[in-house]
Design a protein around this ligand. Structure first.
Ligand code: ADP
Ligand code: MG
Ligand code: MG
Length: 910
């Protein structure tokens, strides 16, 4: 195994203001490990520990447990020793014990997708020692019961089996709470905690037939392996696929000395953000809990308190908590522990300046001492991404170029979706108020289980709280609503990351999973009932609320301006109607790269004339029908030219196989026969003659124009006449007539002649002229190979990469849905080639087509009009291959503009 031989160092230590790693080593140490090292080195108080590299994970996946444990044994033992020295305690010792956390951490953060074990190193003896050492028996047993619970879940696989089952450990906890008549974990007595440990272990034995492991070193080795395994867990795989992260990255394992937020009232734990992750507002914010550990804040078991006073007051307003109650029961950290707050505030500023980006941090307070446990560039909504980027330029922290390169073009999509119509909101009936966890507007039908979101087209996932297992459903839902949990709860963090509208912590909801109902505002809502969420205010609204198009001003406009400043490759749009054309123009489209004329023929009054044309026996009959279509087409083109106001418009001549236009139901066939004064039987025969075995490779594209030149003639006439009509009105039109599916030189020439002759005829009739060009769509592989010849006559090329992908792979677009998912799942394909341009294969043909075309005509205009024109990595490819423009659907225009600018910037950087 090559990997193994190459690895020299498998473990990197950090702690005591030193570190062997740094923040640049994310690929090797994972994001968490690299940042722990960096923080330690710049003097932030981080509990000491060490990172086992991602290479070891890859090694483990290739060679298995035995070899890998042998390979890391010495280095890990040495690293534990160094942690013991710094902490002045000993792992596994029953008098002065050191406890460890074993944390996952891939090169990119995948919050909650992998596993972590806390308080490792406890057993029946060590717990007694810990109690003595800390003089805090309650804390020791609380840590122990947490350990058994986490280790049982993560390492021993004691997770609930089905969605209606509850976690076996939670069940034990709930039963005990009920028996004791208490509600909070913090109310357990020492004896309760001891009972819990006993019962947990019994449950483990019952389920697995094995004792809970008591040797701390065994615990450690098994936990390390479990963390590696979690890289290939179901959640992690789904998350990786969603973001396109390759399986061979692997996760690092961070082993770190425990610090304890559960040691009493002068201890606690929390998470904080240097700016608002929902809106981007420059406001330090976060949540914490007193006497708590680890995920308590995120899991929503207790209502978390706000870190800052201002945040606390805002929260109280929304939660309808009086100022008095707030100060007594939910004071901010700023008020409760002002010194700790000042220190935290200092670190958050330092870290943001150090990383020059918004940070998402974890902290723990152990008996009045502050520890930082994690920092990372915070996940944020599309809106926050844009605002923060612009603000950081204004604050002089980053340059325009850096800001633009940081934009994830795909995330701009979130800003392009409809928002609630303010007029409709005035009449809305608000049934409850939650926290504005992730902005956006969502209207949908209630579902209570993540795996049932697909039941409705528009679903709102309503949960008491969400967990990492729910990710897939959260992604499919239109919005997410939870009864528990704060602004940093799992639901909130995930929703912001995927740009989904979310309202969290709506305490007024009474949710009954069994009954699939929720009770709120005096009314019972059931699965399937409609509600609406306003993720910006936290309002929960009865029924549907109307939406409207968003306005693209403010920081979004600034980003677009920056994109224009650096982009050289233009962005056009694919639009078939004046409405789409003007939407795209508002988004900054610099022309139309593809107008599909066939869509115009599907409207009711037109389809009849179209069918008559198709079924006509003679040229004369066909021309008669085409004459009916001419004025309609002309009108369409006038509308589109008008919308584009002098920008170039590429119009593709008729492309799809004709059978797509003919009816197949008897009644419609009969109607058609009557109208055409022919017998039903002869209509039936004609329709069946149009059937093809493989219509994608059949009588379509310029093959239609070859058989029926009169179609090309009519379409050309409509285009030229429309342009001339507008010229009279003083509006410029720049038609580019595009011949589809060309595979041979003579095919192109034949169509081009028809087009030019028709245009000349119209110019003669009208005694007026306009400029136009004639080019071709390059979508048949053969065309790319003879591109030098085609370019002798063609004025432009537009790569139709949908068909080109289909024909290069030999995957039918209509049937690929049956097998592509298997290819993706098995990793045989990394991406769906119809979404992300296959640069390796199809890309070669594109490259050949451009190079050969330009060898004949150096200034040949080249663009792309397949779906790939709006996909950022494909846009970069187009730029790198010298295209003049990309063309994409209207809503992707801003995304393509940013991607185009980024490609240009990256090229100058290299
Ligand atoms: P994730 O990647 O899912 O955030 P983490 O590894 O960050 O998982 O750990 C989960 C929780 O446990 C976090 O709240 C973290 O702060 C806490 N935690 C991890 N290590 C320690 C430690 N050494 N001491 C105290 N708390 C810890
Ligand atoms: Mg974490
Ligand atoms: Mg095509």
């Amino acid at each position: 195994m090559e990997v193994v031989e190459k690895i020299k160092k498998r473990v990197y230590t950090f702690g005591n203001k030193k570190a062997e790693g740094n923040s640049k080593m994310k690929n090797l140490l994972g994001g968490k490990g690299a940042n722990l090292a960096e923080m330690s080195a710049i003097g932030i108080p981080v509990p000491p520990g060490f990172t086992i590299t991602t290479e070891v994970c890859t090694e483990y996946n290739a060679l298995g447990k035995g070899i890998v444990l042998a390979n890391i044994k010495k280095e890990v033992e040495k690293a534990v020793l160094s942690v013991e020295k710094i902490m002045n305690a000993k792992f596994g010792d029953s008098e002065n014990p050191l406890l460890l956390s074993v944390r996952s951490g891939a090169r990119v953060s995948m919050p909650g997708m992998m596993d972590t074990v806390l308080n490792l190193g406890l057993n029946d003896k060590v717990v007694v020692g810990l109690a003595k050492k800390t003089n805090n028996e309650r804390f020791a047993w609380d840590s122990y019961r947490r350990f058994v619970q986490m280790y049982g879940g993560v390492v021993l696989g004691m997770k609930p089996k089905s969605k209606t089952d509850i976690d076996p450990f939670e069940e034990i906890i709930e039963n005990l709470k009920e028996k004791r008549g208490i509600q909070l974990d913090t109310e357990f007595t020492v004896q309760d905690l001891k009972d819990l440990v006993f019962d947990f272990k019994k449950a483990v034995y019952h389920r697995l037939g094995k004792e809970f492991p008591s040797n701390p070193w065994d615990q450690l080795w098994m936990a390390i392996i479990a963390v590696f395994d979690s890289w290939n867990g179901k959640r992690a795989i789904y998350y990786r696929n969603m973001h396109g992260y390759p399986a061979d990255w692997g996760t690092a394992v961070n082993v770190q000395a425990m610090v304890f937020g559960n040691m009493g009232l002068n201890s606690g734990t929390g998470v904080c953000f240097t700016r608002d992750a929902g809106t981007g507002e420059d406001m330090f914010n976060g949540e914490y809990l007193i006497n708590a550990q680890g995920e308590d804040v995120v899991a929503g078991v207790r209502t978390p308190q706000q870190v800052t006073k201002l945040g606390s007051q805002r929260w109280a307003d929304l939660a309808q908590v009086t100022e008095k109650l707030r100060i007594n029961n939910y004071p901010s950290l700023e008020e409760l522990m002002p010194e700790i707050f000042d220190e935290l505030n200092e670190y958050q500023q330092l870290l943001e300046e150090h990383y020059k980006d918004m940070q998402d941090m974890e902290f723990t307070i152990q008996e009045g001492k502050l520890w930082i446990l994690q920092t990372r560039n915070g996940k944020r909504t599309g809106a926050a991404m844009v605002k923060i980027a612009i603000d950081l330029i204004k604050e002089g922290l980053i340059s325009e170029e850096e800001a633009l390169l940081r934009i994830d073009p795909n995330k701009l999509d979130e800003l392009l979706h409809p928002v609630f119509d303010p007029n409709a909101l005035k009449d809305a009936h608000i049934i409850a108020q939650g926290l504005p966890a992730s902005p956006g507007a969502a209207t949908g039908q209630i579902v209570f289980f993540a795996d049932e979101v697909a039941k409705f087209k528009n679903s709102i996932l309503v949960r008491i709280e969400t967990s990492p297992e729910d990710l897939e459903g959260m992604n499919l839902a239109k919005g997410i609503l939870t009864a528990r949990g704060g602004m940093t709860s799992h639901a909130a963090v995930v929703a912001r990351g995927i740009g989904k509208c979310c309202v969290s912590g709506a305490g007024a909801l009474k949710i009954d999973y069994k009954d699939r109902s929720m009770f709120v505002d005096g009314k019972e809502y059931h699965e399937g009932d409609w509600i609406s969420l306003n993720g910006s205010t936290g309002n929960i609204i009865d029924g549907k609320v109307a939406t409207k198009e968003p306005e693209l001003t403010g920081e979004f406009g600034d980003i677009m301006e920056l994109a224009d400043k650096f982009a050289t490759m233009k962005v056009r749009t694919n639009a078939d109607t004046p409405k789409d054309a003007s939407i795209a123009k508002n988004f900054g489209a610099e022309g139309i790269g593809l107008t599909r004329t066939e869509h115009m023929f599907f409207e009711v009054d037109r389809i009849k004339a179209m069918r008559e044309m198709i079924l006509a026996d003679t040229v004369k009959g066909r021309k008669l029908a085409l004459a009916k279509l001419l004025p309609m087409q002309r009108e369409d083109f006038e509308g589109i030219f008008k919308a584009m106001q002098g920008l170039p418009v590429t119009i593709r001549l008729l492309d799809p196989p004709l059978h797509e236009f003919v009816p197949h139901q008897l009644a419609t066939l009969k109607e058609l026969a009557d109208e055409m004064h022919i017998s039903l039987d002869s209509v039936k025969v004609k329709v069946s003659e149009l059937e093809e075995f493989n219509p994608m490779l059949g009588h379509r594209g310029c093959r239609l124009g070859t058989t029926y030149p009169e179609i090309t003639e009519m379409q050309t006439r409509a285009i030229i006449e429309a342009a001339l009509n507008l010229k009279k009105e003083g509006i410029e039109a720049k038609p580019e007539i595009m011949i589809p599916l060309v595979g041979t030189f003579d095919e192109f020439v034949f169509q081009e002649n028809v087009i030019r002759e028709t245009a000349e005829a119209v110019f003669e009739e009208r005694q007026d002229k306009i400029d136009f060009s004639v080019g071709t769509m390059i979508e048949v592989p053969r065309a790319t190979l003879i591109a030098d010849k085609i370019a002798e006559r063609a004025d432009f090329f537009s790569f139709g990469t949908n068909d080109l992908t289909q024909m290069t792979y030999g995957y039918s677009r209509d049937d690929a849905g049956k097998f592509l998912p298997d290819y993706l799942e098995k990793g045989i394909l990394k991406n769906d080639p119809f979404e992300v341009l296959d640069q390796e294969g199809v890309g070669q043909l594109v490259h050949i087509g451009i190079t050969r075309g330009r060898s004949t005509k150096p200034n040949l205009k080249v663009g792309i009009c397949g779906e790939h024109g709006g996909e950022p990595s494909s846009v970069a490819f187009c730029y790198n291959n010298g295209m003049d423009y990309v063309s994409c659907s209207p809503y992707r225009v801003p995304i393509a503009r940013v991607a185009s600018a980024q490609a240009a910037l990256k090229a100058t950087l290299n």
